[in-house]
Design a binder for this molecule. Structure first.
Ligand SMILES: [Zn+2]
Length: 145
């Protein structure tokens, strides 16, 4: 079964980032490693939402997108996830999100809901028709030490 691994510190950073953004959607790049079934987040790169209509949509600021990819290259990591928040709706992909999942290919999307604090992950199906939910595994810090 597909799953994405994060640690509690990374989850806390994402939730804080969302809360700071208030009524706007927040976004971040998740960098790490992956194999066929597991996406392992090593680094969270917080980004600005550059979308005009930031309450219901997001675009990672282009300069920061570039910086994120440069950081990945420097650390020999890959993009293993795209995070964004829904301040005012459930943690499932909007129609806009679904369209962009198709464009942005095969990395998990993690969505945080400001209304019920849900954190859920989705990935595009192999046939590109629709998306499926994958498991988020939150590791305690001591597993990494
Ligand atoms: Zn969304």
């Amino acid at each position: 079964m597909d799953e994405i691994l994060l640690n509690q510190k990374q989850v806390d950073a994402l939730i804080q980032h969302s809360e700071k953004a208030g009524i706007s959607e927040s976004c971040a790049m998740l960098l790490g490693t992956h194999n066929d079934q597991q996406w392992n987040v090593k680094e969270v790169f917080l980004t600005r939402n550059a979308h005009e209509d930031s309450k219901t949509s997001f675009i990672i600021h282009p300069e920061e997108l570039l910086q994120g990819y440069q950081l990945a290259e420097k650390k020999r990591l890959e993009l293993v996830g795209i995070f964004h928040s829904h301040p005012d709706s459930a943690a499932s992909p909007s129609n806009f999100d679904k369209k962009f999942m198709k464009v942005n290919g095969d990395v998990p999307w993690i969505i945080f809901s400001g209304i019920n604090m849900d954190l859920r992950a989705f990935i595009l199906e192999k046939d590109m028709e629709g998306e499926k939910e994958i498991k988020i595994k939150v590791m305690e810090r001591h597993f990494f030490q």
